[in-house]
Design a protein around this ligand. Structure first.
Ligand code: ZN
Length: 395
């Protein structure tokens, strides 16, 4: 590690460089390029690979393969030629801020609780760390504050390669078993950890650490967080959403949750009232229908599948007919007539009758004591089919 040709270690702030192409072969995903030196960080230690350009070629991935750094590009590069490398700096600096922030947060938790970071992932939007023990919400908030205090303290990030004896005296966090030359990232009073990633030179450059969530995970705690510019982007995105919601609800931004809670309560009360009105309507409608019918087919405007079921149950209990079918027009993707249905018949042959109807009316659905689903057919065809299918059972 930290070889002279690995410029991302000798100068992690290097955005552009020149290098000679040592090899270029065509692979499964474009071209695989090896250079005599590079500022492109290869994926590793939880940190994603750098992106950018080598001349006109787009670098979409970088990996260390058999000790050699391979750049994955969309264009071939001439072996022996000197090429100009340019990093997607926004991406790299974002990774440096977030990676360093991870050290600080993992470190303060390790210092306070003795928990290890047993899982570290840098996703596109957020970082997750899996700490090896349980933490309460208050403890996570306290650690977030402690980490931000470390950032404000502007502590220099020190990189060193101590000997095995020196390492033994240091007491650093380990992400995995270590052999050979070990790169130690030390943030005095915050964290000391073996790591191969790229970091900012001072904690102040992390800017801010914001925890997004903390959940129980395999006996420990999974903490999702964002740092630096990424935290600002996250704040801006959520702030915009809150502002939109506050305008829709006509309340101040910090009263959105209370207003949503109130609105949900109002809606629940309204749903309850609608359900009561529906029941009364179903009762009145049921009372107007003659009894002792064999097959009763009713089309009702605007009923949901649940309401169809309530109505069908009521009609069946009132014994207005042997077979009760209630239907309502439903939305269809292609604009062809579609109806939701519920059919009640206290008879084991309901299933076979339902299958026959589905076949004839391009329908789907089923059930046991009642069948429900939808038919893709016109109203007149549905009425005719229900009568055709059920009437023979009563002859
Ligand atoms: Zn690191």
């Amino acid at each position: 590690m930290e070889e002279m040709n690995e410029l991302f270690y000798t100068n992690p702030y290097l955005r552009e460089f020149d290098a000679t192409v040592l090899a270029c072969t065509e692979g499964k995903k474009g071209f695989e390029v090896v250079l005599d030196n590079t500022a492109f960080y290869p994926e590793g230690g939880g940190q994603p690979a750098d992106h950018g350009h080598l001349n006109e070629a787009v670098v979409s991935d970088v990996r260390r393969q058999n000790g050699v750094i391979v750049h994955f590009t969309d264009k071939a590069l001439e072996v022996g030629a000197v090429v100009h490398g340019k990093l997607d700096w926004e991406r790299r600096y974002d990774n440096m801020q977030n990676h360093t922030g991870e050290h600080v947060l993992s470190g303060v938790i390790n210092n306070a609780f003795g928990y290890e970071n047993v899982g570290f992932h840098m996703h596109e939007d957020a970082i997750t760390i899996d700490m090896s023990g349980p933490m309460t919400e208050e403890e996570v908030i306290a650690m977030e504050k402690a980490a931000n205090d470390m950032i404000k303290a502007d502590i220099a990030v020190d990189i060193s390669f101590p000997t095995a004896e020196e390492r033994a005296a240091m007491g650093f966090r380990m992400k995995k078993e270590l052999t050979g030359k070990v790169r130690i990232v030390n943030i005095p009073s915050a964290d000391c950890c073996a790591c191969c990633g790229t970091h900012v030179k001072s904690t102040q450059e992390v800017g801010i650490i914001k925890v997004l969530s903390a959940t129980k995970h395999r006996g420990g705690t999974r903490i999702e967080f964002v740092c630096g510019d990424r935290a600002l982007r996250d704040f801006t995105k959520k702030h915009d959403e809150v502002i939109k919601a506050s305008r829709l609800l006509s309340v101040k931004p910090d009263e959105v949750a209370t207003a949503v809670e109130k609105t949900l309560q109002t809606l629940a009360a309204r749903d309850e009232r609608i359900a009561q009105l529906n029941l009364r309507y179903f009762e009145m409608k049921t009372a107007t229908l003659p009894g002792d019918q064999k097959v009763l087919v009713l089309f009702e405007e605007g009923l949901t599948p649940f309401e169809l079921k309530v109505f069908a149950t009521q009609l069946a209990q009132a014994k207005k007919a042997d077979v009760t079918a209630v239907l309502a027009a439903a939305a269809s993707a292609d604009g062809s007539p579609t109806y939701n249905y519920v059919i009640a018949w206290d008879d084991a042959r309901l299933r076979e009758a339902s299958k026959a109807l589905n076949t004839r009316l391009s329908g789907r659905g089923g059930g046991k004591d009642m069948v429900q689903g939808s038919f893709k057919a016109a109203r007149a065809d549905i009425e005719a089919a229900i009568n055709d299918v059920f009437t023979p059972y009563f002859n």
